[in-house]
Design a protein around this ligand. Structure first.
Ligand code: AMP
Length: 571
């Protein structure tokens, strides 16, 4: 079957998918559609998001569903509300010309009463999250006696989210005669166990095999110490301009921390994780889809519901434990025939984990070195030209040539030079006197950062801390100059007294983060930060005058390690 028109699907379905632009089936569709249409066995399909799996299971089922019956015949379970909405939308599109077919989505975080009301329409198809489906079973709002097809979509994810009991209940509550199709991106012990207990002699299909997914994705890794990680990340982002990427973290806390760091440094980034409310998650995803933000910092689970095909990069800020998760994450870039880059930041003590990923997945992950300031400027210049010639700016607004002043005194090269200077000034200034990050090495003993390396790393970190203090605290100087004379007062800065000090484990970097947070506003301009002096019980810092109001009004509403903060203008 190379074209849908060669399949046995009904004309109503062919018409609907034709309108969606589907001509030839994807690999998983080639394998599942004929199977589901002709076989009564259960099915285990190993497939990732983006392979076309929704159509793979729903098209043949729609072809066989009894339109005249008003009982639920087809149930899809999936892990998140977003996926639930996506799948039900897809099924509604596929059944557009099957006028008696109704599909209802049921998921948590939304009114159960509204969902009960919509079930009164007697849909034949339910797409739901396991928790909400169980709630509805308990309220006797769902009748599963006529279920003929049950799909477990992203089974691995549902299990890792703790839906094991709910899945088992639903598998038991639905008729034994049903056909069960289990779709999973990865196959682990839990998924195997569910399959063994609840599926009968399943047929197995696997698509997007590890090697196939990899072809158009370039994998790079950078060894970087814990304390250099954020600075290294900043450099990697700067060295890859015009990116539209997902950055994966391991925990919700790390996700928020990294997103905050990026936002404070002026990047269009945001966080997506389970500590956010549903409404907040929706807003972040919408902003990402609309490209109002171009770096999404997410946990594996939260990123699942997001179906975006044009990612240029995937960044593994922290490596996952499971090699298959690495493959799955990376496979989110390099879609729709485009190339993709997967970047991993690896701590010196993670060599064994990296080795395991390499050997299990057979992916060639190449070691690279953290870009220098020079590398970054070079990449940024290329990025400017790439953007200039791929985006059709001329379509955006009419430009009257008479507005251009007389530039005949300059050569073409001089003008380009000036424009680049103008465009990249801030970045160039930032990297101007920065030391390169010291490239880290794996320790010789596997997984064990040997003492010598550790000490060396510590020394480097110390050195770097010093550098960082000097670099990040713009205009930072000791209160006295080298000759011991009192420092000249900067009229443009305001000196603040701050109620926390060394005893509260306050570090310079913390003060920087606090000030950045307190002064982050809508405008891209960042507050100039001067001297930071941390004493035992309190501290002093200097901030650009025009931001002093923000410091005073915002700091009292923030906390540091649970402690109240207070900043007052120092005498
Ligand atoms: P899925 O893996 O189901 O999330 O599908 C990924 C994307 O591929 C969705 O945007 C589908 O609309 C699209 N898609 C699925 N099957 C086809 C096909 N045969 N031809 C073109 N696009 C497809």
């Amino acid at each position: 079957m190379n074209l849908f028109t060669e399949s046995n699907l009904s004309p109503d379905i062919l018409k609907a998918i034709g309108e969606l632009g589907y001509e030839s089936p994807t690999e998983i569709q080639k394998q599942t559609i004929p199977f589901i249409l002709s076989d009564i066995r259960d099915l285990i399909a190993l497939a990732q998001t983006g392979t076309g799996k929704t159509a793979a299971f729903s098209l043949p089922i729609l072809d066989m569903i009894d339109e005249t019956s008003r009982k639920i015949q087809f149930l899809v379970l999936c892990p998140t509300r977003e996926l639930c909405l996506q799948i039900s939308k897809d099924i509604k599109n596929y059944s557009k010309y099957m006028k008696d077919i109704k599909t209802t989505a049921v998921y948590g975080g939304s009114s159960i009463m509204d969902q009960i009301r919509s079930l009164k329409d007697k849909p034949q198809i339910i797409v739901g999250t396991p928790g909400r489906v169980i709630d509805l079973i308990n309220r006797k709002a769902l009748d599963f006696s006529a279920i003929h097809w049950l799909v477990l979509d992203e089974a691995d994810e549902m299990l890792s989210m703790g839906f094991k009991d709910e899945l088992e209940t639903i598998l038991r509550e639905t008729p034994d005669t049903k056909q069960t199709f289990l779709f999973s991106a990865t196959m682990n012990k839990e998924v195997e166990r569910i399959s063994k207990n609840y599926l009968t002699t399943p047929h197995r299909i696997s698509v997007g095999s590890i090697n196939e997914v990899k072809k158009n994705i370039k994998h790079e890794y950078y060894v970087v110490g814990y304390r250099q990680k954020k600075e290294a990340l900043k450099r990697l982002i700067d060295a890859n301009p015009n990116q539209y990427s997902i950055l994966f973290c391991r925990t919700r806390m790390e996700t928020q921390e990294v997103a905050d760091f990026l936002m404070q440094n002026g990047y269009a980034a945001d966080a997506l994780h389970g500590d956010l409310s549903q409404a907040q998650r929706d807003t972040v995803m919408k902003k990402f889809r609309l490209k109002n933000i171009d770096i999404l910092v997410a946990t594996d689970v939260a990123a699942r519901g997001l179906d975006v095909n044009s990612l240029t990069h995937v960044i593994h800020y922290s490596l996952p434990d499971d090699p298959e998760v690495f493959v799955h994450r990376s496979g989110r870039t390099g879609r729709a025939g485009k190339d993709g880059i997967s970047i991993s930041l690896i701590k010196p003590e993670e060599s064994r984990k990296l080795k395991q990923i390499k050997s299990t997945t057979k992916i060639d992950i190449v070691e690279k070195f953290i870009p220098t300031g020079e590398d970054i400027i070079k990449a940024q210049v290329e990025g400017v030209f790439e953007k200039l010639f791929t985006e059709h700016e001329e379509d955006i607004f009419e430009f009257n040539d008479s507005l251009i002043p007389d530039l005949s005194a300059f050569t073409k090269e001089e003008l380009v030079h000036k424009l680049l200077q103008f465009q990249l000034k801030d970045l160039a200034l930032y990297y101007k006197d920065k030391h390169d990050l010291v490239d880290q090495k794996f320790s010789s003993r596997d997984d064990d950062y040997s003492r010598r390396d550790r000490d060396r790393g510590r020394d480097r970190d110390r050195g770097r801390d010093r550098d960082r203090g000097d670099r990040d605290v713009r205009g930072s100087r000791d209160s006295r100059d080298r000759g011991g004379k009192p420092r000249r007062k900067d009229e443009n800065m305001v000196r603040f007294f701050f109620n926390l000090g060394k005893k509260d484990q306050l570090k310079k970097l913390d003060v920087l983060e606090i000030i950045n947070k307190a002064t982050a506003g809508k405008s891209k301009k960042r507050a100039e930060i001067g001297d930071i002096e941390i004493l035992e019980k309190f501290s002093f810092f200097e901030v650009e005058k025009s931001f002093s109001e923000n410091v005073m009004s915002n700091i009292p509403s923030m906390k540091f390690k649970g402690k109240e903060m207070r900043a007052e203008v120092a005498n």
